[in-house]
Design a protein. Structure first.
Length: 199
């Protein structure tokens, strides 16, 4: 499985963001939705070997994590509005999560949990090798990648410095995708393409 973890620094933790104004209503759900699309969809088909975890750290109810699993997802369209509606539906059920750490499935292939970014990293490490995507890393095209890779990256604001240090302590390697700084969704597309070429 290919997994991606997005640290969304101001990611909305309440369902009151406006679907018709995703960039302007706070929480940058437009960015998170694009990352989901880049992770899970090809032209005309879905990647059943991929999943994404969005670590939402906005006020007032952080931290929360929402996951989309391509192997289980049903009746979800690859567009920002559709993905954001499913995120909103997941957030509407956050208050019935039984306890911290438990996953609550809100739709086929979509689940929500109350976890910190660090707890999410620890959980995913047990099922794959962590790689930090960062401009100062080694060239991804020259590095060997372990089976079941988990790629960690930030949103449009990047990973906060303290989070970078946290991931560095846990990661197999810090990887760069090239000489430019790319959008988070573009980073995911580049990584998926690199893995497609290898495997």
């Amino acid at each position: 499985m290919r997994k991606f973890i997005i640290y969304s620094g101001k990611g909305a933790t309440t369902p009151d963001f406006i679907i018709k104004d995703l960039p302007g209503s706070g929480g940058r759900m437009d960015l998170n939705a694009r990352c989901v699309i880049s992770t899970l969809w090809l032209s005309g088909s879905m990647r059943e070997d991929s999943s994404i975890y969005i670590s939402l750290n906005g006020e007032p109810d952080a931290p929360l994590v929402i996951t989309f699993n391509g192997g289980e997802l049903r009746k979800v369209s690859p567009d920002e509005r559709s993905i954001s509606i499913w995120i909103k539906k997941a957030l509407e059920r956050k208050d019935i999560i039984s306890k911290k750490g438990n996953w609550l499935e809100t739709h086929d292939g979509i689940a929500i949990a109350r976890k910190t970014f660090e707890e999410l990293l620890e959980e995913r490490m047990k099922k794959g090798s962590l790689y930090l995507l960062h401009e100062t890393g080694k060239d991804v095209r020259k590095e060997k990648l372990n089976v079941d890779p988990v790629f960690v990256l930030g949103d449009h604001m990047g990973l906060p410095e303290e989070k970078v240090h946290t991931v560095e302590k846990l990661a197999e390697e810090k990887l760069s995708l090239g000489p430019e700084t790319y959008l988070s969704s573009q980073c995911i597309t580049i990584v998926q393409n690199e893995l497609d070429r290898r495997y």
